[in-house]
Every structure is written in C-alpha cells, then in structure tokens.
Ligand binder design. Structure first.
Ligand code: GDP
Length: 482
C-alpha cells in the first residue's frame, strides 16, 4: 500500500510521460519505476516467472535441498539467420576445446563443454549445438527447460530483424536471462551503437547505459572479444546460482536422439539433477533401457555424467524425442511401467487437446469472464501478434492496448511481421498464449499442429474485427459459437 495521494502519483507518472487512456493496467516497468521512486520493495510476481520457478522446483525433491552444489550453466545461442550463430558456436568450440587433449575434436552430440577462465578458476560451461529459437521453442512446448542463459546474436551491420524479435520473445517468455552478442563489428557499416539503440527501444536496455542487459561487441569470425562474452556469460550464471544435487540418481532431458548404424538408438542427455552412470536403468519418454555406454562430447567413453553435463547414451530400446525427460529407476519393470504410463498420458493429452480442453481461446476467456472469472487462473491474456508488414504492428497493438483492461490485461509476448510459424505455436503452447494474425496466413501444417496440440490461431483481414473480438472476449461477450 503506497502512502501517496492519487494526484501525486498521477502527476509523477505524467512527468515521466505515462499517459492514461481510461483505466489501464500499469506496465511492470512502470510499477518498478514508481516503487523505486517511493522506496518500496517490489515483489516481482510475473505469473510466467512463477510458473517457470515451479517447473524448476519439480526437478528437485525435498531431500535434495540441503545437498545442492553448483553446476555449470547451459547456454543456447539464438538470433536472426546469417547473424553469425554458427560461426560463434564454431569459434568457441575450436578455441576453447584444447586440441592437445585426447580426441580434441568434438563429436557433435548436440552439446559441448568448454572451460572458461573465470575468477581465477577454470569453469565449465555447456553450449547447446542447435542454434535458433525453433529448437528452443519446440523443447519448451514439450515442457522441457534446459537452457539457463540465452545468447542472442545481432549483426552490427543489420540490426534487429524478425527472428531477433522472435528469439527475444522466446527467451523472455521462458524467463531465461539474455546476453546480447553484437556481432560482425569488424565489418564496414557495422554500427553497434545503432543496434544498442534499437534494442533499448524494445525494452532491452544495455548495462553500459544503466540498464540490466549485458551486451558484448564481438567478431565471431575473427574471434574478437569472445573471452569477454564468455566472462559475461559466467557472471550472469553466477548471479543465477545454478545448483543441483550430484549425489542421487539422475534425471534430466533428452536434447538430441537418433539411430546410429553401429550403436543402435542413441540419445544425448543433459543431466539436470543427480549423476548418470553406466549400468543405470533409465526411462525416457516412451523408451527404456540399461545404459550400456556413455560418451562425452569428444566421443570418449566415460563412466558417469553429473549435473549439466551432456552425454550420449547407448542402450535404449527405442529412439526418444528431443525434449523428453529421462529418469533413472531401480528396475526394468518399473521403467517399462513408467514408459507405458507416459504413453497413456500422452494419448489422453492428445485427445484432450483435440477436444479443446484446457485450451486458451478467446471464447474460453469470454466464458470465464462472463462467469465472473471463475476457472480463469491468469487475469492476463497473452498474445502473439503476427501482421503482414512491420508498419502495422504498432497500429494493431495500440488499438488493442487502449481497450479497457479491468477484467483481463493484455500482454504481448511477440509482435512480428510474417506468417504464423510452428515456432509461434510452440511459444503459444509453452506460454498459454493465443495467436492473432492480421493479413497473414498460417500454412496448413502449422494449422494442423496448432489444432493437434491445442493452440488457438485467429486470422483476420479486417482490423476492426480483430479488435472487436478481443474486446468482446475481454468483456465476456464473445459469441461462443465462433
Ligand atoms: P547463422 O545463420 O546465424 O548461423 O550465421 P552464420 O554463422 O552461418 O554466418 C553467416 C555469415 O556471416 C557467414 O558467411 C559468416 O562467415 C559471416 N559472419 C559471421 N560472423 C561474422 C563476423 O563476426 N564478421 C564477419 N565479417 N562476418 C561474419
């Protein structure tokens, strides 16, 4: 409760350029600003963050809590095509994996480990090998959360592009901290300052300018400032206090899987808690097996893998899917039981999704509002907005933002130009959002994917109709037949 008069508060907000169009819900950043000004502690209760924290907790049991030890960070590199993700991943891999060590060349198991000098020590750091937000979004849509930090690459000669926006939206929605790598600073026409300007205009304020987003200017091609980037990553990791209990049976996530001609089904696991050993019995997704052999990222046989460490596992009876969870159990019978239960749960989930149960739609929002918000756990409608041209983004967004938000507030997870993609659907699924399209299409395969998984895509040709549907839904008046 702020002991400040309404007039004073409004005056202060006015002086900061905050304008009111009727009743509106205050932006989190504005609330923070007010709290700082009046010296009030902010309890950050972003519903999305709470959800992510709850997920994180699921990894640990009560017993783990007093046995937690530090673990290495797991990094995903994202960004627009051609901005240098692969070049950066390759440079880090080549320069940081000492060639003199046995099997110095990494094997492409989907992730690799490098040693980073930090704080007088040499600390491990894990990079996922499939760059891009598509893989990140797909894993999240399946409920997996392996990434601790997102490095978003932006080319200094190109600036923010559609996939930069998408990558930022995915990282933000997952509550994963962002480090910006401003790449290609060696090029003619590179303007890191312009990139920083653009980023700050979409709410990512560089640390250098007093904000909280670390940005490092690099040349992935020449290897310039990569050490700075790695150090920055380690700093962010340190703040996150990443922990796990190595003294227990392992569980974690599959990040890659396939069929190898000589080895049979192979899968790369990232251990998220505990330690995985040869001889362990695992269930992962619908596959089961006894771990016959473990290989590290250099193709070397190892006996065990602790928290955050990627290992390739041989011995499964089937090929699991990236994003499947794995866990060590005490017998093959239990493993089979769990795999069967999981298959059954998936079938039910599929049927429920097809029937539209638990689906976030404008109509379900409308019925919840008209029923006095019953059954509505989020008083917030998460929106992914796709439009035909960059220029329409602000027009549509502003028209939506001025709608009265007394019952339900609107939150834009992503606003971008372009047709609706599978990765938009993944974002919608992982963050309980609806997709609104204006003058764009959704390819048949994307529509089908959304339908099967239970995400709503609404496409409009007339802006007035789009606004009207959202307004009616927020007021509980939308015709449920739609
Ligand atoms: P990705 O699509 O994001 O993985 O981008 P790539 O890593 O494939 O890079 C796209 C192109 O940009 C390639 O031709 C790279 O050689 C080039 N490139 C990447 N980083 C740099 C850099 O720091 N400087 C310059 N001049 N070119 C770069």
């Amino acid at each position: 409760n702020l002991a400040i008069g309404e007039g004073e508060l409004l005056g202060y907000l006015y002086s900061k350029g905050v304008r009111f169009h009727g009743l509106r819900t205050l932006d989190r950043d504005i609330v923070k600003m007010v709290c700082e000004k009046y010296n009030v502690e902010v309890l950050d209760v972003d519903p999305m963050k709470v959800e992510e924290m709850a997920k994180k907790k699921e990894i640990f049991d009560e017993d783990d809590l007093d046995k937690l030890k530090e673990r290495p960070p797991v990094i995903t590199i994202m960004g627009h095509v051609d901005h240098g993700k692969t070049t950066l991943l390759d440079y880090i891999r080549k320069s940081k994996v000492a060639a003199s060590e046995a099997g110095g060349i990494t094997q492409g198991i989907g992730a690799y480990k490098v040693q980073v000098p930090f704080d007088g020590k040499s600390l491990p750091c894990i990079f996922l090998d499939t760059p891009g937000h598509e893989a990140f979004g797909a894993m999240r849509a399946r409920g997996a959360r392996v990434t601790d930090i997102a490095v978003i690459v932006v080319a200094a000669d190109d600036g923010i592009r559609p996939q930069t926006n998408e990558a930022i939206a995915h990282a933000k929605a997952a509550g994963v901290p962002i480090v910006i790598a401003i790449n290609k600073i060696d090029k003619d026409g590179a303007s890191p300052d312009r990139v920083m300007q653009e980023l700050s205009s979409i709410g990512l304020m560089p640390e250098e300018w007093g904000g909280d987003i670390p940005m490092v200017k690099i040349s992935a091609l020449r290897g310039e400032n990569i050490d700075d980037l790695l150090e920055t990553i380690m700093l962010v990791a340190e703040l996150q206090e990443l922990k796990a209990n190595p003294d227990r049976t392992a569980k974690g996530t599959v990040i890659e899987a396939g069929l190898d001609k000589s080895k049979g089904p192979v899968a790369t696991f990232i251990v998220q808690n505990g330690t995985l050993r040869t001889g362990d019995i695992v269930v992962c997704g619908e596959a089961v097996g006894k771990v016959r052999a473990l290989f590290d990222d250099r193709g070397i046989r190892v006996d065990e893998a602790g928290p955050s460490i990627p290992v390739q596992v041989i011995g499964l009876n089937n090929v699991p899917l990236a994003g499947d969870e794995f866990e060590v159990v005490s017998s093959l019978d239990i493993a089979r039981e769990k795999a069967e239960a999981r298959a059954e749960a998936l079938r039910e989930e599929h049927i429920a999704a097809k029937a539209g149960e638990g689906k976030i739609t404008l109509s379900s929002l409308a019925s919840a509002v008209s029923a006095g918000m019953e059954g509505l756990d989020l008083h917030q409608l998460n929106i992914i907005l796709k439009v035909d041209v960059q220029g329409s983004i602000e027009a549509v967004r502003q028209a939506l933002e001025v709608l009265p938000q007394n019952n339900v507030s609107l939150k834009f997870l992503l606003q971008a130009a372009g047709d609706v993609s599978a990765s938009d659907v993944d974002l919608a699924l992982a963050s309980k959002a609806i997709i609104l399209g204006f003058n764009v299409k959704a390819p048949g395969s994307v529509k089908k994917y959304a339908e099967n998984k239970g995400a709503e895509i609404r496409l409009y040709r007339v802006i007035y109709e789009l606004i009207d549907d959202v307004r009616s839904a927020m007021e509980g008046l939308l015709d449920p037949i739609e």
